[in-house]
Design a protein. Sequence first.
Lengths: 159, 428
Amino acid sequence: MFSRLLKGVHWIEDSLLVASLASMLGMAVLQILLRNFFDFGIFWAESFLRILVLWVAMLGAMVATRESNHISIDVLTRYVSGVSLRIVSFVGKAFSALVCGVVAYYAFLYVQFEYVDETIEFAKVPTWLCQSIIPVGFSVMSLRFGLQAVLSLVRGVPA
Amino acid sequence: MNAVMSAVLVLIALLGAPLFVVILAASMLGFMSADIDLMVITIEIYRLVEAPLLLALPLFTFAGYVLAESRLSFRLVRITQVFLGWLPGGLAVVAFVTCAFFTAFTGASGVTIVAVGALLFPALVQSGYKERFSLGLVTTSGSLGLLLAPSLPLILYGVIVQQMNLPNPFSIQELFIAGILPALLMIVLLTGYAIWSHRGIKIERGTYTRADAVDAIKSARWEIPLPFIILGGIYSGYFAVSEAAAVTAFYVLLVEVVIHREVKYGELPRIVRESMIMVGGILLILGVSLAFTNFLIDAEVPQLLFEWIQTYVDSKITFLILLNIILLMLGAILDIFSALVIMIPLIVPIALRFGVDPIHLGIIFLANMQIGYFTPPIGMNLFIASYRFKRSITELYRATLPFMFVLIIALMIITYVPAVSLIFLDRD
């Protein structure tokens, strides 16, 4: 049950990521074609593309968390093993979960303000929707780091 | 943020916590101590949408990953061999040029060593180069080409500096032009070393025949226009950088998926995921560091740092020497993207005070980082090459050492002769 839910979430993330990059590429190419051959442009395309960069960044980061593939310095972990490695890994993951959790909380608050203000980002798309990926992304990352923290303590750190 | 807190954060970073988390934590502590609401972090991250240039990052990276999955590395080696293989140094020149080109497109993410290095290593040994030399060559070349357009770190440097509203701004085009001669200088010096270190030893050289040339061009006829589209488009000002990225990604998809069919449709979602994990990681660090940089500037850290440095360093030359030493050490422990994001906001204002041109600074910075890729203890190229060629890390330390000396000489020329980077630019 839990693993099916997890699979579903992964599928949604992956699909959103592919869809975001595909629309980014499609829109950018379309814009160039329109400009050069028809002397015409979609006026909200620029804003749309910039929002997509944010979405690709957050979704990519969420998937990176899933695969423990974030950029880190990682000098000391090469020299510890066994129980101490478990503890080191737990501390790092738990700390990350906490930090992402706090960011997510404040991001939710912020996006709520934008929702109330009903600001429009481009065309008819409201700003809060564009920004929503920030709280959602950090919540997902926080949960993931939390889960990984527990797992690394219980099962040890996969090589 | 007091000293104890900073020490704890550094420890957590060294223990392998993701860098973006550490930067976030640092900026949170900073904002909290200044009584600023933490919602500001969201606002800062959302500033990612303010930089139109950033669009180039995911698109170029995706194009690079698709190219790496195709058989471009074979065609590239072949065509370079036909046209450059007869030169003194033969295959070594081929290796440097191919790696530089490949790295410029794929970003020095290790792909070059795996895709091109693995192809060239046996060929180098076969044509008479010593094994340790060949090993050092392919490991070193994994980051050669960082200074050439459209390399990711080069674009990222431009993006970060543009966010800072400098008094003497520059365009990405100028940055791209500035990288050309320094990259060539490195290739020339490395080739010189290859010839010198094998004096008296017979090295096979390729021979140029017309038939080979026609054949090689034919096999790569779809990819040959690519550098012209990108570089021609960007340098002539016809395309903005992000447009060139879109055209490149589109063209690469067309060639490798539809025409060559070397990359299958079904593989594309995986390639998107792999490339965007890298982009996401980099952009997230960039986003959170926007918040951190603002805190640093509010706290006047660059100003204080400058005043502190000024009590010890009073000339541009001494500053540059110090800068090189610090960056080389930094490059040995930080990966290039983190180093860029963390150090550039601190270094650029100080360097400007000492009269260093921001374009020149970018080239110096990346040239240092390029060497950092194979500096012990954790240079990434060393690990990738160790894994790929099944050699011990210590063997690779020894193999890359002479190359490091050659590149440090190049670095010194690049640092102390600004004209190498700036000669084609009109800057005062």
